[in-house]
Ligand binder design. Structure first.
Ligand code: FEO
Ligand code: CA
Ligand code: CA
Length: 640
């Protein structure tokens, strides 16, 4: 989702501006994953596309993109072809939701049944699977007729439209198959379902049941309806999917200063809850903090669910902490503790790591489903000399004591931001995806931008960071076999976003050891957001913000090792107004799924008068967030 400047007319989304806390001083690059190999694993021979800004998506000529799923597409045969004028909440809950973001492709083995998740995964089937997609947030001015602009729409939305919006948020599971005509949804699949703001969920982990999670509707503090702000996510080797709750604060309205408990007031302020937010609380009182002060504490978690069991209930995982989760991705080796990495996507917030108490045991799925319930959360400290530590968020240790307002582990997890700051974690330039390269086993942090930074430090080297950067975390060990459980690591700056030839030093990009001449005039990008690795370990970065520099958001791909380390090439571009999310490969690397989010969200574009109507270009249809399936026309690996 786009992060917006603190302009009252645009403070309407599920994102909000957080506290400003950073300090530090500039420093240098240090150790990295292997960077001097002469062999080039990249194999990135596609025809690079140019920077552009128009009303279409763009790919190299040797590729095709199937429009696979669009907002409103039916997920069940009982639903008619999408007609936005006839849409109601019950029908929306049986259709693909709005503003698609994270994508997980979960292979399907036609011989495997319920409970055989490992068998499905092991099949590696790259022609049939479950496409698991987040729906991050809604934009009533682009979804419904009759609204003049985003500000008035989000503050004056009707009860009927709130119900549709809440059914359009969350997540979708759709069986898909590759046919002679390209990828298609399977509408009569028993796996197809939606997760919305009405879906019952269990709250598990170290904060479950705490009094700060209890409401009038749920005195147990262990049951909640729905999920919101679902940005990125992750997958587990035991066949479940993780979905993040990012900008949940914007779903709540009310004045934190009217809450009697000062700890709760501070908490709600830190997530941007304000009387100016969208008006869902007028029609659904749990979203008004002055009526239900604890409801926001039941959001801002990671959620785990089983896509292979359509009857299963999602669970909110409180041991992974509460903040604006971009996502959590696993670095997981058989017989060892599970490590998961994630970011808190707000200015001057932190990078986190979670370590399970027990070990991952392949095949023992009942045991494995406890691994994200019992464990320890850590926040990252990135030192000036290229070393780093993971600092544990454990009640009673260091400053996490009653004198600082922490009375138990639930307080530490609910107020993870405040705990991490007290521990001395390093405030970062909006940490988005954090993901481990399966080939070299190093971990990469996307830092999208932070125009509010006034003082640089080694890990965030630019004040007023407009273009973002990428850090490489190097745990102890050798490439391919690194110790992610260690509390110590090395780190370095993998690249600085921006144009390597920009005159303004604040916007001048630096791509590792590449000289500017090695990056084409279309190879540079700004604002890294999501990241994926293909089977060869190439890094595919999705951007959110390049329109500020005059061209579309899209995908750029590069090697992480060898002579072409950090030398991006431009592969995909979005229609104007959109950012690109997702990227996700089939196991064989021959299909790449991408989510085009908020197309035509630009200027005064509305449902009644949109900037464009991608992807249908039909005068009776609005622009629609959509997932594309990208493949080479000759069927070879994407990128080659
Ligand atoms: Fe929803 Fe952090 O982008
Ligand atoms: Ca984003
Ligand atoms: Ca994102």
């Amino acid at each position: 989702m786009k992060k917006l400047p603190p302009n009252p007319s645009r403070r309407t989304l599920f994102k909000a501006i957080g506290a400003l806390t950073a300090t530090g001083a500039a420093s240098s690059l240090l150790s990295s994953c292997t960077r001097n190999k002469s062999d080039d694993p990249a194999g990135l021979t596609f025809t690079e596309i140019p920077h552009r800004l128009d009303n279409n998506h763009h790919l190299p000529d040797e590729y095709r993109a199937d429009i696979l799923l669009r907002w409103g597409d039916p997920l069940h045969p009982s639903e008619d072809t999408f007609d936005p004028v006839k849409l109601d909440a019950a029908s929306q809950a049986r259709r693909f939701g709005y503003n698609n973001d994270f994508i997980a492709f979960m292979p399907l083995d036609s011989e495997a049944g319920l409970g055989e998740n490992a068998r499905h995964l092991a099949s590696g089937n790259s022609a049939r699977g479950l496409l698991c997609v987040n729906h991050e947030y809604t934009q009533p001015h682009l979804m419904f007729s009759g609204y003049n602009d985003e500000y008035s729409a989000t503050r004056g939305v009707s009860a009927e439209h709130v119900a549709i919006e809440q059914a359009a948020c969350g997540h979708a599971i759709t069986e898909i198959e590759k046919t002679a005509d390209g990828w298609q949804p399977v509408l009569d699949s028993p796996y197809n379902r939606r997760i919305t703001l009405s879906t019952p969920m269990e709250i598990v982990g170290s904060a479950a049941g705490d009094q700060r999670l209890q409401t009038k509707a749920d005195p147990t503090g262990k049951k909640v309806f729905g999920t919101v702000g679902n940005c990125a996510g992750g997958k587990t080797p035991w066949g479940t999917v993780l979905i993040a709750e990012e900008g949940f604060g914007g779903a709540f309205q009310g004045d934190p200063d009217n809450i009697a408990d000062p700890v709760e007031a501070l908490n709600h302020h830190s997530f941007g809850i304000s009387p100016e937010n969208r008006n869902w609380g007028d029609h659904d009182h749990r979203f008004d903090i002055e009526k239900e002060a604890h409801e926001p504490n039941r959001f801002g978690w990671m959620v785990e669910y089983d896509p292979y069991d359509p009857e299963s209930q999602p669970r909110k995982l409180t041991s992974l902490g509460r903040f604006e989760h971009e996502g959590f991705t696993l670095a997981c080796k058989p017989g060892q503790q599970v490590v998961a990495y994630g970011g808190d996507d707000d200015e001057h917030q932190f990078v986190y790591r979670y370590v399970s108490r027990q070990n991952y045991l392949p095949g023992q799925d009942t045991h494995n489903r406890t691994l994200l319930v019992e464990g320890t959360l850590f926040a990252g400290q990135f030192n000036e000399d290229g070393s780093g530590q993971w600092l544990p968020l454990v009640f009673g240790q260091g400053p996490l004591k009653p004198e600082n307002g922490f009375h138990n582990q639930a307080d530490v997890l609910i107020d993870a931001r405040r705990a991490a700051a007290l521990l001395g974690a390093t405030p970062m330039d909006r940490p988005e995806d954090v993901e481990t390269n399966p080939v070299n086993d190093c971990t990469y942090v996307m830092l999208t931008k932070n125009k509010r930074r006034t003082v640089a430090n080694a890990a965030n080297p630019r004040p007023k960071n407009a273009t973002g950067h990428v850090l490489e975390i190097v745990p102890p060990g050798v490439d391919g076999q690194r110790d992610h459980v260690s509390d110590q690591f090395r780190w370095n700056t993998f690249l600085l976003g921006g144009n390597p030839n920009a005159e303004d030093p604040g916007e001048r990009g630096a791509y590792g050891q590449q000289s500017p001449g090695n990056i084409s005039s279309h190879g540079w990008f700004a604002n890294p957001d999501n990241v994926a690795f293909d089977p060869l370990g190439n890094m595919w970065i999705a951007t959110d913000g390049c329109e500020d520099f005059g061209f579309h958001d899209g995908l750029w791909v590069m090697a992480t090792e060898g002579e072409l380390r950090a030398a991006p090439r431009h592969f995909f571009g979005c229609p104007q107004g959109a950012e690109v999310c997702g990227p996700e490969f089939t196991p064989d690397g021959t299909t790449l799924f991408v989510a085009v989010q908020h197309p035509a969200d630009s200027g005064r574009s509305t449902f009644d008068n949109p900037l464009h109507r991608w992807p249908d270009n039909d005068p009776n249809l609005p622009p629609r967030p959509s997932v594309l399936a990208i493949s080479r026309r000759d069927g070879k690996r994407v990128g080659s």
